[in-house]
Design a binder for this molecule. Structure first.
Ligand code: 2AM
Ligand code: CA
Length: 264
């Protein structure tokens, strides 16, 4: 598969950071039995992965700005290009030895995400999208699922939990959706949830309280796979400011958005 030079830079950075992340994940699996748990170790793994990504991406494109979950904003000399990076999406899964986590790299150009790479080091699944050029899993072209009935659909969501989010609202949203779908899932890694929508594994997905680095690459993947993404109010460019998202094919996305809006 021939990718652009830009995508090759992103893939190389992701693979490099993934090598240490994968090694650290093996260690985390061993630490589950210790009373203290692997908390500090995971924080260090997360930071190390972001450092690798930042170094590699800035080396390849020196002027670009950088926004990372761990290090925040680093301005570049080129104000129109910014990397939006999550070195470890699905931190809680990683911490518990659950192999559902990923590195997510997006490139925002003049307010639009134009390239995205999401990589799960454990499954070795590499999701890639470039604006106008489609979405791919490893070398296979991706299309969102074609299901038109919510009753046939498997939908993923994020859920409020201890210390995060509005639990009552989360319950209202769940009860609005769960009786209408073939299955509800909660995987815990937003970037992979979006990648799964792009791959047609999930028919739809929604979540609140997300950050731009959780969503940037995934939004492009879904759209390049023919899907639709908006915030929960139905705006197609409000996700980064409102911090919520709903994705799916045209029909399922609209139906989910309408039901969730009514439940809010
Ligand atoms: P993270 O693993 O990088 O923190 C889980 O519902 C999803 O929400 C994950 O993609 C997780 O990303 C994201 N998320 C964003 N902010 C979070 C927070 N403060 N606590 C837990 N998950 C968060
Ligand atoms: Ca994240």
């Amino acid at each position: 598969m021939q990718h652009s030079a830009l995508i090759n830079v992103m893939i190389a950075a992701a693979r490099k950071a993934a090598r240490t992340l994968k090694r650290d994940f093996g260690e985390v699996e061993n630490l589950q039995v210790s009373l203290k748990g692997p908390g500090n170790f995971v924080t260090a793994a997360d930071r190390k992965a972001e450092e690798t990504l930042k170094t590699e991406l800035i080396k390849a494109r020196p002027g670009y700005g950088f926004l990372g979950e761990e290090s925040g904003t680093t301005a570049g000399t080129d104000p129109s290009n910014t990397w939006i990076v999550d070195p470890l999406d699905g931190t809680t899964n990683f911490l518990h030895g659950i192999p559902q986590f990923a590195i997510s790299i997006g490139l925002e150009r003049s307010g639009t995400v134009v390239a995205g790479v999401i990589y799960n080091p454990i499954t070795d699944e590499l999701f890639v999208a470039e604006r106008g050029k489609g979405a791919f899993l490893n070398d296979r072209r991706l299309r969102v699922a074609a299901r038109k009935q919510l009753g046939d659909s498997v939908i993923a969501c994020g859920l409020p939990h201890l210390g995060r989010g509005d639990l009552e609202l989360g319950l209202r949203e769940l009860s609005a959706i769960q009786s209408k779908v073939a299955g509800l899932r909660r995987f815990g890694a937003a970037a992979l949830d979006l990648a799964f929508v792009a791959a047609g594994r999930l028919d739809g997905y929604w979540e609140r309280n997300l950050q731009p680095w959780d969503m940037a690459a995934g939004i492009l993947l879904v759209r390049e796979a023919g899907g639709f993404v908006t915030d929960l109010d139905g705006n197609s460019d409000g996700m980064f400011t409102k911090r919520h998202i709903v994705a799916g094919n045209e029909t399922i996305q609209r139906e989910l958005q309408t039901l969730l809006k009514a439940a809010a």
